[in-house]
Design a protein around this ligand. Sequence first.
Ligand code: ATP
Length: 244
Amino acid sequence: MAPLGTKPRRKGFTGDNEAGSCGEPALTAAELENGETPLVVGLTGGIASGKTTVSGLLAARGAYIIDADGVGHQVLLPDGEAYPQVVATFGTEILEQDGTVSRPKLGAIVFSDPERLAALNAISHPAMAGRMSLEIRRVRAKPPAERPPLIVLDAAILFEAGWDALCAQVWTVEAPPEATVERLTAGGRFTRQAAQARIDAQLSNAERAQRAGRVILNTGSLAALEAEVRRVWESAVETTGEAG
Ligand code: ATP
């Protein structure tokens, strides 16, 4: 699954740094392990599990959010790192008249062909990792008083893309599958069958929970979710004295 077809969420960092085509290398294991702060937490979870709600709650507490969807859009722009290789691989027929990549045209190609999707991901995901790493380094280079207490890398496909390698910890938001189907079908957004197909195409909650350091349960009210976020925040930030 690629970040195609997803709406950019305008919050925190959405990829619009100066990465250009500089080919920023991804964060290394050494950089992760040398105790640099702020810590980077990967935030993931299934479709309609509540990720956006949780990242909003974390942002309200002062976390700096890196939005992988937004970064995915930026690397495909004409001056983005992935653009030349994507055009070379998929041809100029994926372009609009103004030279920008037509996301619907590219989506139509890759979402019906797993090999083409893998080819796109092989181009875009490393470019995205580079841009996200650049942003993490930029935030970490700020004077201590200006640094946020936590950097959150918000990515539905965190594990699938291997971006968990950029994170000191991973938190996954988990909602009961029935609640997820209800949310997806509410307002006629999806049929039950289409909603289920999307859920089935992803990693399961159990797989994510097994790989994540922490599960944020979203099984009740929004107030209950807020309380759950407060708990993870306190354990990750306040105990290390990072919170402002
Ligand atoms: P997507 O995968 O589609 O990007 P998401 O994982 O980011 O979704 P949200 O957008 O946070 O999920 O939540 C989906 C919808 O469910 C939103 O309308 C949100 O307000 C609602 N929602 C999330 N959690 C709860 C809850 N505990 N109680 C009621 N509504 C909720």
